[in-house]
Ligand binder design. Structure first.
Ligand SMILES: Nc1ncnc2c1ncn2[C@@H]1O[C@H](COP(=O)(O)OP(=O)(O)O)[C@@H](O)[C@H]1O
Ligand SMILES: [Mg+2]
Length: 266
């Protein structure tokens, strides 16, 4: 297993000795009934970096992300976000976490009865912003960042899959979150749609300095966007390193996974 240093190609610089830790998962354990999903996850995410999480389906990638925003609590272990001890906070104390970290759920989870504009404005309403001019300005700014400003009156059902996901990204950035968790943002998209999402993710990082975690199966995306990659396997971080280190890893479990060979789960 390679323990990460830096990826030279993508801004900003990935972790080095001085980088500030933004999220830390410490010895995270989680079981559902008899099923032990997370068996001791240790992971640090540095300010401004993009980390991709890979791993077979059902390994707990989504569950791991939900721990970060306090939607799931660990049985054992700790979650820290920007120095806050997430799993010690009560539900009412989660607001600052949800302000700092937005999650783009698989499928974008838009409200079909609301327009794009209303969907994107929703988190602002929820956080108590009532000034309509301010809301409009920020919705437009968020939609412009994902190239959707012309589509604000449309309903989600009339958008393509990629546009729905971009609407979800606009909704995630409107509260000026410092961190976005993207759950399989490329799934179900053709290569061009997938590339557009990758460009959006890069733009969020470059323009707004957003720190991100992206669950993806798409190796091409990983090489475009990731500073580091973590592979979740059998409830642990099996590999952690740069995309180049991932590709060069001699580990057969890593190689089987990235080359799409089915014996990875054997
Ligand atoms: N709230 C829950 N209650 C019970 N089981 C769950 C819950 N959330 C996830 N699981 C189970 O945990 C496992 C990991 O799920 P998930 O994190 O969604 O996997 P993936 O790596 O594909 O994202 C799956 O077996 C799933 O059925
Ligand atoms: Mg998942």
């Amino acid at each position: 297993m390679a323990a990460s240093p830096t990826a030279s190609t993508k801004p900003p610089a990935a972790p080095n000795g001085t980088a500030e830790v933004f999220i830390e998962l410490r010895d995270l354990h989680k079981r559902f009934g008899e099923q032990e999903i997370l068996c001791g996850i240790d992971l640090k995410l540095y300010h401004g970096e993009t980390l991709c999480i890979i791993g077979p389906s059902g390994e707990g990638k989504t569950v791991t992300m939900k721990h970060i925003i306090g939607l799931i609590r660990p049985d054992v272990g700790d979650v820290f976000v920007a120095g806050m001890h997430v799993n010690r906070l009560g539900e009412r104390e989660m607001a600052p976490i949800r302000q700092k970290v937005s999650m783009l759920f698989q499928g974008a989870a838009l409200f079909d009865r609301m327009t794009v504009e209303e969907n994107v404005a929703f988190p602002l309403w929820e956080s108590g912003v009532r000034d309509r001019k301010e809301i409009k300005r920020r919705v437009l700014e968020a939609l412009e960042a994902v190239d959707l400003a012309e589509h604000l009156d449309k309903y989600p059902t009339s958008l393509s899959g990629g546009m729905r996901k971009r609407t979800g990204i606009a909704r995630a950035i409107i509260c000026r979150s410092e961190c976005i968790l993207y759950d399989e943002p490329n799934s179900g998209l053709d290569p061009i749609g997938s590339d557009i999402i990758d460009q959006m993710i890069l733009r969020m990082q470059r323009r707004f300095g957003v720190t991100s975690i992206i669950v993806t199966h798409d190796m091409r995306s990983i090489f475009k966007i990731a500073n580091r990659v973590a592979m979740l396997y059998r409830g642990k971080i099996h590999f952690l390193g740069t995309p180049d280190e991932l590709r060069a890893s001699p580990d057969p479990i890593v190689q089987n996974f990235i080359n799409g060979r089915s014996d990875v789960t054997g």
